[in-house]
Design a protein around this ligand. Structure first.
Ligand code: FES
Length: 145
């Protein structure tokens, strides 16, 4: 076997593993999972929260607010693939919205966008939205100070 053939074999193996891990998820979910956005931490954020869900996984979100709108938002998580996709989507749609509009995002919006998360991962959407809500509420509190 040549090095090139070995490389091709490893690529195929990686694709097969990815396919089996993502089995049962929609194409939208796969795209989000493979290209997540807004991962990281904002330096000197206006608000920052860390929320742990029922499963023990945590999402940390940091936000920067300008004129009562979400100017920038980033997240970090030690959670599962669904958590990554849900937090990526939630931060993506929150960016640019007013605080008021962003507070209207619900776990059902996330579930609908991904065309139905598996039952055992619906709570990942809840955790992503709970974290966003907590961060926005912290921002609201700071703006009121
Ligand atoms: S399994 Fe814990 S948030 Fe997804």
């Amino acid at each position: 076997m040549t090095e090139k053939q070995m490389g091709q074999k490893l690529d195929k193996l990686a694709r097969d593993i990815q396919e089996s891990l993502l089995k049962g998820y929609s194409e939208r979910f796969k795209r989000e999972f493979l290209n997540p956005e807004n991962i990281g931490k904002i330096e000197d954020p206006d608000c920052q929260v860390s929320i742990t869900g029922v499963c023990g996984d945590t999402i940390e979100m940091s936000l920067s607010i300008k004129n009562e709108r979400v100017r920038d938002i980033k997240f970090m998580t030690d959670g599962c693939g669904a958590t990554i996709s849900c937090a990526s989507y939630v931060t993506r749609i929150a960016k640019g919205k007013s605080i008021e509009e962003a507070l209207l995002i619900t776990p059902d919006d996330v579930d609908r966008y991904f065309e139905g998360l598996p039952d055992e991962h619906k709570h990942c959407a809840k955790l992503a939205v709970m974290t966003l809500t907590a961060a926005l509420e912290q921002c609201v509190g700071k703006l009121g100070e």
